[in-house]
Structure formats: structure tokens, C-alpha cells
Design a protein around this ligand. Structure first.
Ligand SMILES: Nc1ncnc2c1ncn2[C@@H]1O[C@H](COP(=O)(O)OP(=O)(O)OP(=O)(O)O)[C@@H](O)[C@H]1O
Ligand SMILES: [Mg+2]
Length: 509
């Protein structure tokens, strides 16, 4: 015997014996069941109150069961509909399934059979509900309102995001590492018209060239050794939705050409394929490289650059919108309090000042990780200076000397938008440090801008900061690579590669 679920059932049959024969035992089992003797009556009952499951005979006086099926599914596509057919009219039943019926059952059937069907339909309804819940959660998670920041630069960005969300135009997101490029891309997809279609992400820098091509475009059976069956690529999987190509600046010319074709002709070839595949996919891409420089250096196709650069969005670095720091702190306090069951309320004035004076080369991600570490490792309601570990403190002191340092990057012609008037992205060549830089307090540097702003303290190279940060994280987490990778929000492999690259050794730290 099945247990009653919370789902309501409507039984439609003009034969009283049949209808009552189902309604009565199901009611006795505790189900919420109603009966209707015609399709017309069924529609009236459904108007009064919905039913999750509709079990209907196909042959009814007046409106047929098939017509009822179409009407019900039109109004409420998630309804689980079971059609009852007489022996020998299976074809009609198959038709009904094509129109969206869950299944059919041939008369005569036992009560056991119908119970199994109801169980299956309930499971399907559970899945539908679970899916809806997940989708709503996703939509919530990536809502524009989850991008924190009230500064003018951010407000201008929100306006732009809202405008581009409703279009299908290609978007390219520029910004330094950790500024929220991925978050922005998700917000664009989840607040746009393609929200119920796939959102597929791919980090172009994470894969070798050969793999990247088959990841993007898929392959045909036999395209290479090991290609045992045709496989769809990310573009095909994203059909109707959005593809997010991260680190677009890193793709090699061979793939750049293929991407250009997708952008121009909306079609591509699977690896080893001969017929083009057409797709309707919106492209959002991101880079922390200076594409203009890459074009100049011959590393990035100019035609592709223009195709991608339809709607550029420049995300400001954190040091350009320091006024958002308090908001972000509150956001991360709330987030990590709830994840770790802590009760922090705010940061002390002293800590706030330290945070303000620091340049945050790793941007929001670095601030987020800093807050997480403090909250995980301490129990209090106020974040105080002594919670900042000496190594982080040292970093605050050294990098802050170059503090508030917009002049540290040279101006890039062609990217002088409303945002980023005064700098390019962290293209290494653009970092100004000719060794003549003098130390100073940095407080007067706010106004410095342009190529000639050399009277600033040298910035710590990003790699050094990264190395120190990783080494510190490893030390705190006892060299547990999984935990460290998780807390740094990178994958284990990346962590491993960085440990190797920077030659970080256990005994040193
Ligand atoms: N404006 C913001 N408000 C709240 N959280 C943010 C904001 N911007 C970024 N974050 C958080 O900071 C972290 C880094 O963001 P994200 O991964 O989107 O950055 P990114 O620019 O793609 O970085 P990278 O260049 O390293 O890939 C994420 O955990 C993200 O949720
Ligand atoms: Mg990213």
C-alpha cells in the first residue's frame, strides 16, 4: 500500500463504477481525491482548485480525454496526467504521451497497478518541485542584488548590466583578478531572458589547446583515438542559453578563428566533423588581460576583438571603490557568520582604517578570504587588530605604503571609458616600477594618474603577494591541500601547481 503524498488527484471517468472504484479506495488511503464524470466538469473542478495528478479516461462524452489533456497541460504544464485506455487503443495512448501525458494504463487494471503509477507520478512531481527550488535558489544566488557595492562606479555598472541582460548581445567583462567578473557574468545570465536555458561556463586558460577545441565544439566519433562516440561540446550544451568563456585572452589563434566563425555565422564544426552545427548561444566572456595590448602584440585577432568587444563592461578594482569596503565587510560578516555559526557584528575602527589604507591587489576575493579567515579562526563579536595575523599585517604595512595608488598602472588608449580612465588591467608590462620610485606615505597619491606618475613606492609584485598568501594559508591549515584549496577558492590542482611554481616548502613556513 502506498502512503498518501501531499499531491491532490482528480479522476475523470463517465462510468460511475470505474470512477468510484478509484476515488473510494484512494480516499480511504488518505489521498486528497476528487472525481468528475466529464472533461467539462473536470475543468470546472480544476478552476476551483488545482490537482497535481489527473487520471482520465480517453473516451468521454462531449470533450474527449485528449482535448482535456491539452487544456490542462496548456494551463499547468507540470500536471502529471495518466490516461486510461481500453484494450486495443494503445495508439491513441501513445499519442497522448506525445502530447505530454506522463503514462497510460490499459483497462482493466488492478488497484495495485494504479498505486504504482501514482507513486511514479509523485516521484516525478517531487523532481519538478526540487528543480524549481534549485532554479529559484540559483536565480536568487546570482541576482544582481548579490553584487555588493554602492559606489558610483558600481551603480553605473548595475545600470549597464540591467540593460545588457535583456539583450542577446555579446558581452566582454574586463577586470583585475578577484573583482567579480564571474559573478557579473552569472548575474547577466540569471537576470536575462535566457534564465531558464542552460548557463555553461568554461575557463579557457585551464585547458590545453587540443582539449579546449573539443570542449568548446565537441567531436565526432573517430575524430581522434579514444573518440568512441560523438560528443557535444559546450556550445551545443548551451543551446538557447549562455556560454561564459573565462580568460578569453588566453586562447590560441587556431581557436580564435573558430570562435570568430561562431560569432559571425552562428555555426561551428565539431572536431573531425564535416557538417556545420548551428547554435543560438549568447556569449559572455571575461579577461584580466589587456586585449588591446594583445592585439597590438599580434597575439589576439583584431577581428575577434571587435566582435567580442560589442558591450564591454569594466569592473572597477576594489582600490578604486574603497567606499564600498564597509558594505562588503558587512556582507562577508553575515555570510561567514552563518556558514560558521559565529556572532561577529562589525570590525573595529582600527581594522577598518587598515583595510582602507590597503590596496587589495587580490580585490574582493582577497577581502573575502581575509574576512573568512578571521571569522573562522576567532570567536567574538568585534573584529579587532590582534585577529589579523602578523604575516597579513606585514602585507598591509608594505603594500599600503604604495597605498591608494591609481598611478601604478599606465593609461591604455582605447580603454578610456567612463570607468578606468586612469589604468589598464594588470598587464604585467603596464606596472610602473622603474626603480626610481621613492617611498612615501601614499596618502597624497590619490590624485596621481597617468604615465608619468613615477614618484610612488614600488608595488609588491602580485606573484610575491600570492606566494605569501598561499604559504600562509597552507601553514594555517596544516598543509591540508583540500582545505587550503577550498579556502582559497581554487581547485586542488591549481594549488598544487602554484606550490610547485613558487617552490613553497613545508619547513620554510
Ligand atoms: N561586488 C561583489 N559583491 C560580493 N561579492 C563579490 C563581489 N565581487 C566579487 N565577489 C566575490 O569575490 C570572489 C571573486 O569573484 P569572481 O570569481 O567573480 O572574480 P573574478 O573577477 O572572476 O576573478 P578571477 O579573475 O580571479 O577569475 C567570489 O567569491 C565572489 O562571490
Ligand atoms: Mg573568474
Amino acid at each position: 500500500m502506498i502512503k498518501p503524498t501531499g499531491y491532490s488527484i482528480l479522476v475523470v471517468d463517465d462510468e460511475d463504477i470505474m470512477r468510484n472504484g478509484l476515488c473510494e479506495p484512494l480516499t480511504a488511503l488518505g489521498f486528497d481525491v476528487r472525481g468528475a464524470a466529464s472533461a467539462e466538469e473536470a475543468l470546472k473542478l480544476l478552476d476551483e482548485r488545482e490537482a497535481h495528478i489527473v487520471i482520465t479516461d480517453l473516451r468521454l462524452p462531449g470533450m474527449t480525454g485528449m482535448q482535456l489533456l491539452s487544456r490542462v497541460l496548456e494551463k499547468k504544464p507540470a500536471t502529471a496526467m495518466l490516461v486510461m485506455t481500453a484494450y486495443g487503443s494503445v495508439e491513441t495512448a501513445v499519442d497522448a504521451m506525445k502530447k505530454g501525458a506522463f503514462d497510460y494504463i490499459t483497462k482493466p487494471f488492478s488497484f495495485d497497478e494504479i498505486q504504482i503509477m501514482i507513486e511514479k507520478m509523485s516521484e516525478k512531481l517531487d523532481l519538478v518541485i526540487e528543480n524549481e527550488k534549485l532554479k529559484t535558489e540559483l536565480k536568487g544566488k546570482y541576482r544582481l542584488s548579490n553584487i555588493i557595492g554602492k559606489s558610483k562606479k558600481m551603480q553605473a555598472m548595475y545600470e549597464l548590466i540591467e540593460k545588457v541582460s535583456s539583450s542577446a548581445a555579446t558581452v566582454i567583462i574586463y577586470g583585475e583578478s578577484g573583482t567579480g567578473k564571474e559573478l557579473t557574468a552569472s548575474a547577466i545570465h540569471y537576470s536575462g531572458q535566457r534564465v531558464n536555458k542552460p548557463y555553461i561556463k568554461l575557463n579557457c586558460a585551464a585547458l590545453p589547446e587540443s582539449l579546449l577545441e573539443s570542449e568548446l565544439f565537441g567531436y565526432e566519433k573517430g575524430a581522434f583515438t579514444g573518440a568512441l562516440a560523438r560528443k557535444a561540446g559546450k556550445f551545443e550544451s548551451a543551446e538557447g542559453g549562455t556560454i561564459f568563456l573565462d580568460e578569453i585572452g588566453d586562447i590560441v589563434p587556431e581557436i580564435q578563428v573558430k570562435l570568430l566563425r561562431v560569432l559571425q555565422e552562428k555555426e561551428f564544426m565539431r572536431v573531425g566533423g564535416v557538417t556545420p552545427v548551428r547554435v543560438d548561444v549568447r556569449i559572455i566572456c571575461a579577461t584580466n588581460a589587456n586585449l588591446v595590448e594583445k592585439v597590438k602584440a599580434g597575439k589576439f585577432r583584431e577581428d575577434l576583438y571587435y566582435r567580442l568587444n560589442v558591450i564591454p563592461i569594466y569592473i572597477p578594482s576594489l582600490r578604486e571603490r574603497k567606499e564600498d569596503i564597509p558594505l562588503l565587510i558587512n556582507h562577508f560578516i553575515a555570510k561567514f557568520n552563518s556558514e560558521n555559526n559565529k556572532k561577529f557584528k562589525k570590525v573595529s575602527d582600527e581594522v577598518l582604517k587598515l583595510f582602507f589604507n590597503y590596496d587589495w591587489p587580490g580585490n574582493i576575493r582577497q577581502l573575502e578570504n581575509t574576512m573568512e579567515r578571521i571569522i573562522v579562526l576567532n570567536d567574538d563579536d568585534l573584529v579587532t587588530k590582534d585577529m589579523i595575523t602578523p604575516d597579513l599585517m606585514a602585507e598591509f604595512n608594505t603594500v599600503s605604503a604604495a597605498g591608494a595608488n591609481p598611478g601604478g598602472f599606465i593609461k591604455t588608449p582605447g580603454q578610456a571609458s567612463d570607468f578606468y580612465q586612469s589604468r589598464s588591467f594588470n598587464a604585467p608590462a603596464a606596472v610602473v616600477d622603474d626603480g626610481t620610485a621613492k617611498n612615501n606615505t601614499g596618502s597624497s597619491q590619490q590624485a596621481v594618474s597617468g604615465v608619468n606618475a613615477l614618484n610612488i613606492a614600488p608595488l609588491a609584485p602580485l606573484e610575491e603577494v600570492e606566494r605569501a598568501h598561499i604559504a600562509r594559508a597552507l601553514k594555517i591549515l596544516d598543509w591540508n591541500l583540500s582545505k587550503t584549496a577550498r579556502s582559497l577558492k581554487i581547485d586542488r590542482k591549481t594549488l598544487y601547481l602554484k606550490i610547485e611554481k613558487y617552490k613553497i616548502e613545508k619547513e620554510v613556513y
